[in-house]
Design a protein around this ligand. Structure first.
Ligand SMILES: Cc1cc2nc3c(=O)[nH]c(=O)nc-3n(C[C@H](O)[C@H](O)[C@H](O)COP(=O)(O)OP(=O)(O)OC[C@H]3O[C@@H](n4cnc5c(N)ncnc54)[C@H](O)[C@@H]3O)c2cc1C
Length: 373
């Protein structure tokens, strides 16, 4: 019998599997309904031999030393500072908005100090910040909001920023200096040989068995196990009995070109023109040298794989009811982006899994004869 049946072989499932097996000495079965490990971080070589991320670009960045140290046991790293340009009024301008963005957009030569004054002069006073629109217009005013944020957000979420929780854009920085890095975290790195190779090592412990193409619902009755750790959608676990938690999905369109470099930076955002939201050129991220190059175009959509929990108050309220149900379901732990309906980055999911492991390790062990099916 397995001590744990772990559902989902993404960052959440793989991290907790590794801890339970390697530190806790438990026998673990990890299943995934996809034909591969690594969840949304899965990468592979395409038909032309270019390393691509199947579910869109994944850039690792964290301030958590513990998470960086933990993952460093399974991979070497390649230093990588991410940069994003936005296509606005026929120019490619740095985002997050910084001194160069504003100067190039308006043909100005402002200093940092003058830019602060500029933002103060265009910012709209908002008494209580509730929506994503409030966050942005109160920082940079309506024109920059319209050009850089409004339509991007509408494409990405299918909702106007005025309908979205302030949390979506609360962390979007606006800079008055010339720092054009997308992230400012202490650790900004990419796994040297890719995410999938790193996951192979995370799951390489002999106490871990991996079962792919296997949906939890199909196998749960067939495999004797004690506890479950579920990193799939929490509403799905409960057969949607309280209703469906809404997710935003994406369609990815890959394109390989017969040139060494196709665009002037790793990611170009299209806040206004074009149906796609952004285009990523993978070789910038991976550092791979190749005479061809592969790009991915992202189209946001309502139907498809659940990628982004939609942060609206009514969804948070529905999740809270599922959370209460989860808390009263013995022998099952919910974890990860889908299991806890939260817009987490990879490092946050690893931290969440490490914390859950610590909690489990401190719990008195349940009787192993209690087979759950
Ligand atoms: C387009 C995109 C870009 C992103 N970019 C970044 C980035 O640059 N940096 C960053 O830090 N984060 C990024 N993220 C977030 C990152 O993908 C998540 O933080 C991470 O994947 C969460 O890991 P997880 O294990 O919780 O979920 P997942 O990776 O989604 O893994 C869950 C797994 O569970 C499986 N599963 C679900 N239900 C079942 C079932 N019933 N039976 C069997 N298996 C099941 C799924 O197939 C899936 O493989 C991005 C996400 C997306 C969608």
């Amino acid at each position: 019998m397995f001590d744990y049946l772990i559902v989902g072989a993404g960052f959440a499932g793989a991290t907790i599997a590794e801890r339970l097996a390697a530190d806790g000495g438990k026998r673990v079965l990890i299943c995934d309904r996809r034909p591969h490990i690594a969840g949304n971080a899965y990468d592979h070589y395409d038909a032309d031999g270019i390393l691509v991320h199947k579910y869109g670009p994944h850039i690792f960045h964290t301030n958590a030393r513990s998470v960086y140290d933990y993952l460093s046991r399974f991979t070497e790293w390649r230093p990588y500072q991410h940069r994003v340009l936005a296509s606005v009024d026929g120019q490619l301008l740095p985002v997050p908005i910084n001194l160069d963005t504003v100067n190039r957009m308006y043909g100005l030569t402002l200093t940092s100090f003058e830019l602060e004054k500029f933002f103060e002069s265009v910012a709209e006073p908002v008494e209580q910040i509730r929506t994503s629109e409030d966050v942005i217009v109160s920082k940079v005013g309506r024109e920059l909001y319209e050009k850089f944020f409004r339509n991007y957000t509408r494409k990405q979420w299918g909702l106007d920023p005025s309908e979205l929780d302030s949390a979506v854009t609360a962390r979007v920085p606006v800079r008055t200096n010339r720092d054009d890095r997308y992230f400012t975290d202490t650790y900004q790195v990419m796994p040297l040989h890719g995410y999938t190779r790193m996951f192979e090592r995370i799951l390489g412990h002999p106490n871990i068995k991996v079962l792919l193409n296997a949906d939890f619902r199909e196998i749960k009755g067939m495999i004797p196990h004690r506890d479950v750790i579920f990193t799939g959608p929490v509403d799905e676990y409960f057969d949607y009995r309280l209703g469906r938690l809404p997710y935003r999905s994406l369609n990815f369109q890959f394109e390989t070109r017969n040139v060494t470099v196709a665009q002037p930076g790793p990611v170009i955002n299209y806040p206004n023109d074009n149906a796609y939201t952004r285009v990523t050129e993978f070789k910038y991220l991976t550092g791979q040298e190749h005479h061809k190059t592969t790009l991915v175009y992202e189209y946001a959509c309502a139907e498809g794989d659940p990628y982004y929990p939609i942060p609206r108050p009514e969804n948070a309220a529905l999740y809270k009811r599922y959370q209460e149900l989860a808390a009263t379901t013995p022998g099952v732990h919910f974890l990860g982006r889908l299991g806890t309906y939260k817009y987490y980055n990879m490092d946050q999911v690893v931290a969440q899994a490490l914390t859950l492991y610590t909690k489990i390790a401190e719990l008195p062990q349940r009787d192993l004869s209690l087979t759950t099916a």
